[in-house]
Design a protein around this ligand. Structure first.
Ligand SMILES: Cc1ncc(COP(=O)(O)O)c(C=O)c1O
Length: 392
């Protein structure tokens, strides 16, 4: 049987078995509505409350500061729209960066149509936000800086402490999109002194469709979903008990893994993968920051190749990878992240993202290093782009 190697953990992770086990009772016998007064309700309410504690512990926040949402995209929307509407009397200017996820960029675009002004900060060739430009961009009417903690396409980790300090000096609120970072690198909201941070369960071995917004005590937001007043009046709707319990179990797992240094072991395998690729494949370029990057994240561009055909060929060999983010792969548009980093359209089309997980083994890496060079060579031989290579 052909080997199957899933290398797309930035898109989503499998549900950990201990997470599924924790969730199961809440999909079956413990089905009560957490808002009900009776025993069924009390049991569900207790489970939600325990899970909230575990999520908070992972980022060193308080349980009261965790607002459960239906995923990372919703938490980003709540942070940005919720801040914009809460602070519009103070100002209508928002700052973000060119390499954000669409959940942030499209939300900012929408707010622009609603009369807000948005400044999009450039990044350098490693994907690091221009801090001098950030300082210059802050105005008296700036109400929010929203920047991602770590990038999903190239894995670059932003200098978030500096970003927060710059904004705080001018009294500006900061939101971090922590979807790719939380659970994979140590994150401490108290030490960062961040106001808002987005989390998503399915990026850290929890269930899909559950996320959270960390909301620092005293941070005013306008809710997007009105109704029964759940989640401290910030997100109404009967709680997704099993999903929240799963998120709690995933947070516990992530905390344990970080304490055991398992993310560092992942980084060693990732380094082996990247150095193997660079050794075996000519005209390959690592994208993203060489050191300030997520431990499980490898991304490269191959010249004279078409990313989509590469994905299909790898898929046929049992390797699940992606080119750019999950939502942009499948379309022929070059990634906005790579373009913002100054990578040419031509090179950006040959991008490949390989993201490791907790169960990735050395043998998996060896298999990729055996298959990938052959696939790249074959595709270059077949493609008109490959003919250009021979001319150089
Ligand atoms: C950086 C980043 N932000 C937000 C999201 C959206 O999260 P969700 O899939 O939970 O809506 C993703 C998902 O890929 C992401 O990578």
């Amino acid at each position: 049987m052909k080997r199957k190697v899933y290398m797309d953990h930035s898109a989503t992770t499998p549900l950990a078995s201990e997470v599924l086990e924790a969730m199961e009772p809440y999909l079956k016998e413990t089905f009560g509505n957490p808002n009900s007064i009776h025993a069924w309700g009390r049991e569900a309410r207790k489970a939600v409350s325990e899970a909230r504690n575990k999520i908070a512990e992972l980022i060193n926040g308080e349980a009261r500061e965790i607002i459960i949402t239906g995923g990372g995209s919703e938490a980003d929307n709540l942070a940005i729209k919720g801040s914009a509407f809460a602070l519009q009397d103070k100002g209508r200017h928002i700052i973000t960066s060119a390499i954000e996820h669409h959940a942030v960029l499209d939300t900012c675009d929408w707010l622009q149509k609603m009369g807000f002004e948005v400044t999009v900060l450039p990044v350098d060739s490693n994907g690091i936000v221009d801090l001098e430009e950030l300082k210059r961009s802050i105005r008296n009417d700036t109400i929010l800086v929203t920047i991602m903690y770590a990038n999903n396409e190239v894995g670059t980790i932003q200098p978030v402490k500096e970003i927060i300090n710059i904004a705080k000096e001018r009294g500006v609120r900061v939101h971090l999109d922590g979807v790719q970072a939380v659970g994979h690198i140590p994150v401490d909201v108290k030490e960062l002194n961040v106001d808002l941070m987005t989390l998503s369960a399915h990026k850290m071995y929890g269930p899909k469709g559950v996320g959270a917004l960390y909301v620092k005590k005293g941070t005013k937001l306008v809710p997007l979903v009105h109704g029964g007043g759940q989640e401290y009046n910030l997100r109404s709707g009967t709680e997704n008990t099993a999903g929240i319990v799963g998120f709690g179990a995933a947070s516990e797992l992530a905390k344990r893994r970080l304490e055991n240094g398992e993310h560092l072991k992942e980084a060693q395998l990732r380094d082996k993968l990247l150095s193997g690729i660079m050794k075996k494949i000519p005209h390959a370029h690592i994208t993203g920051h060489p050191t300030q990057r997520l431990p499980f994240h490898a991304s490269v561009c191959f010249d004279f190749i078409e990313g989509e055909s590469l994905l299909l060929r790898l898929d046929a060999e049992g390797i699940g990878a992606s080119s750019g983010s999950a939502c942009t792969s499948g379309s022929l548009e070059a990634s906005h992240v790579l373009l913002a980093m100054g990578i040419s359209h031509e090179r950006a089309h040959g991008s490949l993202r390989l993201t490791l997980g907790k169960d990735t083994t050395e043998e998996d890496i060896d298999y990729i290093l055996e298959i990938l060079p052959k696939v790249v060579e074959d595709l270059r031989a077949l493609s008109p782009l490959g003919k250009d290579m021979n001319k150089r």
